[in-house]
Structures are given as C-alpha cells and as structure tokens.
Ligand binder design. Structure first.
Ligand SMILES: Cc1cc2nc3c(=O)[nH]c(=O)nc-3n(C[C@H](O)[C@H](O)[C@H](O)COP(=O)(O)O)c2cc1C
Length: 376
C-alpha cells in the first residue's frame, strides 16, 4: 500500500493523497483576473489525480505582482473566476490552495517568454501592461542590468499596508472557497527580502537581528491566521536556505518554522534560493534535505519540492519521513496525469484515481496487457 497515495489530513482538510501541485506563475492574467487558461491549466491537475493544487503566486496588491500578468486578489471582482476554478478542482476530489504573494523588489519584471518589455502600444491595453516602481525592505535593486527596477524602501505605514493586504486577500480566498492559503516567503520575494541579510539593510525593528528580520513574516502569518477559518490549514513557503554564504541559512529556517508553528502554520513548503549569487546543485530531489531539516528541527509537516518526478523515490521520501508531501511543478506540466500514473507505478491495480469519464483506459490497458495487466 503506497504511503504517497494514502489519504491524510492537514488540520480539518482531508486530502485524498500526498501529492501537491506547486504554485506556478502563468503570466496569463489581465488585471489580476483568472481566465480560461488558468481554469484548464489547473483543472487538468485535478483530473490527473493530485491531492492538493496550489495556485500561482497571487498578488495581494497590484504592485506586489512579479509581472503585470500575475493573478491578483486585491479586489472583490477577482474572486468569481477563482471560485469557478476551485469548484472544478473540488468536483474532481482534489483540494485547492492559493499562494498569497508580494514580490517586493522583484516586482514589475517582464513576462519571461518575452525578450524584455517588448509589448507594442497596440498590445499594451489588451494584455494589461503596467510597469511600476516596486517596494522593498531597503532601496536596493535586486540585480543590475536584468530588467529589475530600483525599489523604494517601505516605511511603517507601507509595512502595515502589506500586512493588511495579505489579510484582505486571505478573506477573498476564503470567499472563493479555497481550502488553504500559502504565504509566499520564498524565492527572494518581499517576505524573503525581509528575512535575508542579503536584501534587508533596515535599522528599525524589521531589520538587523534575525528576530527583527523575521518580524514581518510572523506578523503576516499571525494576521492571516486570525482571519483564516480555524478548520482550514495555513501553509508557508520559505527558501530554507538562500544557498549563499552571506544569506539566510537552514538553521535560521528551523527557528522560523518553530515560530510559524506556534502561530498556527500547519505545514512548511520547503524551497530554496531567490537571490543573486546563489548556487544550486540541481540534481533529483535536491531540496529534500531542506524539507527533512525543517521537519526534524521544528516538528512540523513539510512539503518537498524540486525535481521529484520519480514515483519510487517520492514514495521513499514519504515512507522514510523525509517529508510529508511531494510537490511537483515542471514534472506536472510535462505530465498532468503524473499522480494517476505514479499510483500505478507504485503497484495500484485499480483505476480509482482516474475520473469516471477516463476510466476506459482500463480496457485499453487490459487489451494491450500493460500497466496493471502486464503480469496477468
Ligand atoms: C512555470 C513555473 C512557475 C513558477 N511559479 C512559482 C510561483 O508562482 N510561486 C512559487 O513559489 N514558485 C514558483 N515556481 C517554482 C515551483 O513552484 C517549484 O518550486 C520549482 O519549479 C521546483 O519544482 P520542479 O522541479 O517540480 O519544477 C514556478 C516554477 C515554474 C516551472
């Protein structure tokens, strides 16, 4: 019996298995609104058997978007198209989460598949083009010569507004019917910028010591938890390490996760990196040791992510207690049915996870003597 495909729960949320779709920016929204692209892109993972589908980094304010084409939840009108997606995900037996995000000084960057800001004047209104000066802990650009803009430093009122915006977005996520929200504190975006000495040069109570640099993430988490329904889990994604000798380290993340747990976070989504000068050893499962370190050090469930498409290894990670959930991003783009496929690979010979309209795959498998019929 596969542990990866056994049901589980987080707080009051029942999950059909431990597979998760990692948040993936689609750069396909206009004015933050979800559309048919998002519906189909996300819907296919629900059809594909995943347990939890976490929607992309969603701007809690317009200036918190990575690009003008990110999803947003800064106004009530943005709720309805997201609710449609959530309803479909639920109809397929999966749970729906959304990553609440502010990009800080990494905001207002070009859509990645364009070569810079190449939108024509004719295109700009149609795609919702906008370009703005970002905000950050300190007025230091993320990187020179790479389409980033020098930010302005947040003052006390600006910081208050960030917290309030996360709270307002969480309330809208609840109205949309999401089962969980994930606070995005990873990848060198705003909350990670506060955490990391690489970006936080403040001298007030939000800068300097680790305790001060953790303050904003903890305040956001506490404020979101206060409005997020008590029965619904709250996730936090962190870069467990900046992968940089002068940056945030694994031991810092263990302390942070302990504090997040006290504030009611239910799981830590364990990624890494996000600042210039980071080094990665991107082999299969390269971030699993981070998920294990946080799980062991803070006694909190973790999600492992990063090149985890091998079903056998994914099962082993859960069985060994290296992490509690297996998250896929690129692997799921490649195979949106990864979960149903992996379940067969791990020995299932029923077709339970295939949605009813697709169950006739079983007849094909029998005729071709493949998958569960290979040895029959
Ligand atoms: C197209 C794409 C968009 C992404 N957007 C986000 C995002 O919105 N938020 C986030 O935290 N990570 C984002 N990531 C990172 C993934 O969630 C994931 O952590 C990373 O790709 C490693 O997992 P993988 O090896 O399964 O792709 C994105 C990755 C991809 C490929």
């Amino acid at each position: 019996m596969s542990q990866l495909f056994s049901s589980t729960s987080l707080r009051g949320l029942a999950l059909r298995n431990r597979t998760v779709i990692a948040p993936m920016c689609q750069y396909s929204a206009v004015d933050g609104f979800a559309n048919d692209w998002h519906f189909v892109h996300l819907g296919r993972f629900a059809i594909g058997g995943f347990g939890l589908i976490i929607l992309e980094a969603t701007g809690v304010t317009p200036e918190g978007r990575i690009s003008y084409a990110d999803l947003g939840l800064w106004k009530d009108e943005q709720i309805a198209p997201l609710a449609r997606i959530v309803d479909f995900i639920h109809s397929q037996g999966a749970a729906a989460g959304i990553q609440l995000a502010h990009a800080g000084r990494k905001a207002s960057t070009p859509v990645p598949w364009r070569n810079g800001f190449t939108e024509t004047e004719e295109e700009k209104p149609r795609v919702g083009f906008e370009h703005w000066t970002p905000v950050a802990p300190s007025a230091e650009i993320h990187a020179e010569g790479k389409d980033f803009t020098k930010p302005t430093a947040l003052d006390a009122a600006g910081i208050r507004n960030i917290i309030d915006s996360f709270v307002a977005a969480a309330k809208r996520a609840e109205q949309a019917g999401f089962d969980t929200v994930e606070v995005h504190a990873a990848h060198g975006y705003l909350l990670n910028q506060f955490l990391s000495p690489l970006a936080n040069k403040r001298t007030d109570e939000y800068g300097g010591s680790r305790e001060n640099r953790m303050r904003l993430v903890l305040e956001v988490t506490e404020a979101v938890r206060a409005v997020w329904p008590a029965e619904k889990p709250l996730l936090v994604r962190i870069s467990v390490s900046d992968n940089h000798p002068e940056g945030w380290q694994v031991e810092d993340s263990v302390v942070l996760a302990q504090e997040l747990k006290k504030l009611g976070a239910d799981a830590i989504d364990c990624s890494s990196g996000g600042f210039e000068g980071a080094t990665f050893n991107t082999v299969a499962g390269y971030q699993v040791p981070f998920a294990k370190a946080v799980r062991d050090g803070a006694d909190i469930p973790t999600m492992a992510v990063g090149l985890l498409g091998d079903a056998g290894r994914a099962e082993e990670i859960i069985a060994n207690g290296e992490a509690d959930f297996i998250e896929l991003a690129r692997g799921a783009l490649d195979d949106p049915n990864w979960a149903v496929h992996a379940r067969h690979e791990l020995g299932a010979d029923d077709y339970e996870l295939w949605p009813n309209p697709t169950k006739r795959v079983r007849e094909r498998d029998r005729a071709l003597r493949q998958r569960s019929f290979a040895s029959k």
